[in-house]
Design a protein around this ligand. Structure first.
Ligand code: GRF
Length: 190
């Protein structure tokens, strides 16, 4: 089996990116090749550098108006792009060229869409007194949070939960399942 080459895209802290880089560090079939960010100071970049994974920072113009990001991925023979807290909408030309997946911190199709990210998701879930929340791993298309769902895991929302405590529960689920789901997807031929 040829080596499957992953690129991670992250805008923030990158705790999910970290788990993925660690999980595949010694894998013979799957390799995290690079981590890309639209934020020059994203902590995710430092995490990648510490693990000797190549990084690339780009701006809005490069992403939407030039082929630079796609070329970067093509040259490195990337088979799968993994979004891990990446906040910009992926342009259609890129969605067509690459297989891309994302993780969303709620049970889509609920609590998704353009302004539903980060703590806003958890605040909305708490406000609506939902009994459950969870994570959704899905294919990425040209609309926010609308690609086909690959995997979901649920957790209970307790009466005593705040947006912060719920965020922690959700992060635990993300860290536990995102690397495994990527591995499964690869072993099923992507
Ligand atoms: C995660 O909750 C993920 O679901 C969302 O952004 C957050 C990223 O967290 N898309 P981190 O940067 O991986 O810690």
């Amino acid at each position: 089996m040829d080596m499957i080459r992953l690129a991670i895209m992250a805008s923030g802290s990158g705790s999910n990116a970290q788990k993925i880089m660690e999980y595949f560090a010694d894998n013979k079939h799957i390799k995290v090749v690079c981590l890309l960010s639209n934020k020059p100071y994203a902590y995710a970049l430092q995490r990648a550098e510490k693990m000797n994974i190549e990084t690339f920072v780009f701006n809005r113009n490069q992403f939407y108006e030039t082929p630079e990001v796609e070329n970067f991925l093509t040259i490195r023979k990337i088979n799968l792009v993994v979004l891990a807290g990446f906040l910009w909408l992926v342009p259609e030309k890129m969605v067509r060229k690459f297989k891309i997946i994302n993780i969303h911190p709620a049970l889509l199709p609920e609590y998704g869409g353009k302004n539903m990210y980060g703590m806003r998701v958890h605040e909305a879930v708490i406000q609506n007194r939902e009994p459950f929340s969870g994570i959704t791993i899905h294919h990425v298309n040209e609309h926010y949070d609308e690609g086909n769902i690959i995997f979901q895991a649920k957790c209970r929302v307790d009466e005593s939960d705040t947006a912060e405590s719920l965020a922690e529960k959700i992060h635990e689920l993300e860290h536990r399942y995102y690397p495994e789901v990527i591995e499964k997807l690869v072993s099923n031929g992507l």
